[in-house]
Design a protein around this ligand. Structure first.
Ligand code: BTN
Length: 326
């Protein structure tokens, strides 16, 4: 029995582009005819149209409109990221499910994706709008052997990876707003929520949750965020492929994560600064009722924002919302 029989069956059906007999599949994968039929039925349930003709075999007619684990994995080309992908039509939050899976020991690089979330989580307890069928809601499990103080760097590396993936697939170069917002112009395209399970000085695992507004239209944004949020489709004037974007995100995430665990945080910092253009800007940072005004000078090796307070000293900003003035 192969570990991913449905994926192998799909691969064979794609390569053949005509009928493929049950006997051929059975020989290639070493599984019984009834096992094949079971996998065909599960592929159909996932939205694949597969014809089954007596004496001729199976033929792939159409693939689902939404990204499935098999479509994502076909030609993905990563080493570890996306080797396990859990796709749900609807869940509360991909971060919550990924956290649960990580607790159960699921390996690094495993991905949770949902078509919609009923309780999508944003930063600082906010809600992340997660309607069905148009956006990307993705969480990935990481098990980095780095000190907990370096966790903010994970968010920065994820923002860099996502910005590069968006550019690769759509040509649009997003800017990053500290620490984790992906913007085009002044409007938010996506966000990242990093959650960790750790002890005093050891990280057990980290879940990086990424939401990208892909094909949402103006009217589908709730009024509360209509003026501040946008989607790639709205910015570019055409539908974008969520499948290609997810694949590119996983490739860039793997590449930048490798840089992170190799201790090359300086490279992440440099790239993040190029994409954020925050250096030297006048900012207002608000956090839990406090407001800090000053000039953004830099981010340090741990991803902390350094702000020169007007007439005051240098402040290290670990959390908060940044508003760039002017
Ligand atoms: C932010 O506030 O900017 C962070 C938003 C993060 C949203 C994503 S969608 C996938 C993952 N699951 C969640 O519940 N939240 C993150």
């Amino acid at each position: 029995m192969t570990s991913d029989a449905p994926g192998r069956i799909l691969e064979m059906l794609r390569d053949r582009q005509a009928h493929l007999s049950g006997a051929e599949i059975s020989t290639a994968l070493g599984i019984s005819r009834s096992a094949i039929w079971k996998h065909i039925r599960s592929l159909r349930r996932a939205g694949y149209q597969i014809e089954a003709k007596p004496a001729r075999g199976y033929r792939l007619i159409a693939v689902p409109a939404h990204p499935t684990q098999w479509e994502i994995q076909a030609g993905l080309g990563t080493e570890r990221f996306g080797k396990d992908i859990y796709v749900f039509p609807q869940i509360d939050s991909t971060n919550v499910v990924a956290f649960r899976l990580a607790m159960r020991g699921v390996q690094e690089g495993a991905v949770v994706l949902a078509e919609s979330q009923t309780q999508g989580k944003g930063r600082v307890g906010r809600r992340w709008e997660s309607p069905a069928g148009s956006n990307i809601y993705l969480s990935i499990i990481l098990r980095p052997k780095i000190p907990p103080t370096k966790i903010p760097l994970i968010t920065l590396m994820a923002a860099v990876a996502c910005a590069e993936a968006i550019e690769e697939v759509t040509g649009l170069i997003p800017t990053i707003k500290w620490p984790n917002d992906l913007l085009t112009g002044e409007k938010k395209l996506g966000g990242i929520l990093t959650e960790a399970d750790m002890e005093m000085d050891v990280i057990n695992f980290v879940v990086v949750g990424i939401g990208i507004n892909c094909n949402m239209t103006r009217t589908s944004f709730p009024p509360s965020i209509r003026d501040t949020a946008t989607s790639l489709q709205e910015a570019l004037g055409g539908e974008i492929s969520r499948l290609l974007l997810i694949q590119a995100m996983l490739r860039h995430l793997e590449q930048w994560y490798t840089i992170l665990v190799q201790g090359r945080g300086g490279e992440i910092r440099r790239r993040w600064k190029e994409l954020s253009q925050i250096e030297g800007k006048e900012v207002v940072v608000s956090f839990m009722g406090t407001v800090l005004k000053g000039t953004a000078l830099d981010i340090d090796d741990d991803g902390v924002l350094l702000v020169q307070e007007g007439g005051g000293g240098l402040k290290r900003v670990v959390a908060g919302d940044v508003h760039i003035r002017g």
